[in-house]
Design a binder for this molecule. Structure first.
Ligand code: HEC
Ligand code: HEC
Length: 130
């Protein structure tokens, strides 16, 4: 009887050690309701919802579905994956260069309510020629 149980023990032990060492199962550090939040980990679910609503406005996209599939934790839409990179970039700017500055960079700083920022004056129409 004991002989049959014994071989199981080392397997369980290895799995346990692996779980601790590899940090598995990995969970977001933030709100336990988060399933796949990788950058905005210091927000609560309420704060995250506010941040999302703000992004919709800053990019002028009107709808959450610009980035999200039905399951909001899914990364199947490319816009969400790109947006995550921009969130990370903006966060790094604000925690780095803009740390002691009064105003911070937001998506609106560049996007101005546009899906893609206009970053050359010509694209806004020729400068006024009065
Ligand atoms: C411009 C793209 C974009 C828009 C628009 C957007 N989201 Fe998100 N959303 C993201 C990204 C990127 C993440 C993941 C953030 C991270 O990894 O830190 C996310 C994460 C989430 C999550 C967490 C899901 C999880 O993993 O558990 C929720 C909930 C959510 N968004 C709701 C919304 C709602 C509601 C709206 C509309 C008001 C919205 N989002 C609009 C990009 C967007
Ligand atoms: C420093 C300026 C800057 C900031 C800040 C910025 N973006 Fe962008 N973003 C750009 C530029 C420039 C492009 C266009 C890049 C290209 O054409 O490939 C872009 C493109 C995108 C796109 C792809 C749009 C498309 O239709 O392909 C998404 C999504 C996006 N940004 C989300 C965000 C979000 C969300 C934030 C705020 C968390 C943000 N960006 C902040 C400059 C910025």
């Amino acid at each position: 009887m004991l002989k049959r149980i014994l071989p199981v023990v080392p397997v369980a032990l290895i799995a346990l050690v692996a779980a601790v060492v590899l940090g598995w199962p990995s969970k977001s550090e933030g709100d336990p309701q988060f399933k796949n939040v990788q950058v905005l980990t210091d927000l609560t679910m309420d704060e995250l919802q506010d941040y999302m609503a703000e992004m919709v406005e800053h990019l002028g996209v009107k709808k959450c579905t610009f980035c999200h599939a039905q399951d909001k934790s899914s990364d199947e839409k490319e816009h969400k994956v790109i947006a995550r990179q921009f969130i990370k970039f903006t966060k790094e700017l604000n925690e780095g260069f803009f740390k002691d500055k009064e105003s911070k960079v937001t998506c609106y700083t560049c996007h101005r309510g546009q899906e893609k920022p206009i970053n050359k004056p010509e694209e806004e129409g020729k400068a006024e020629q009065k």
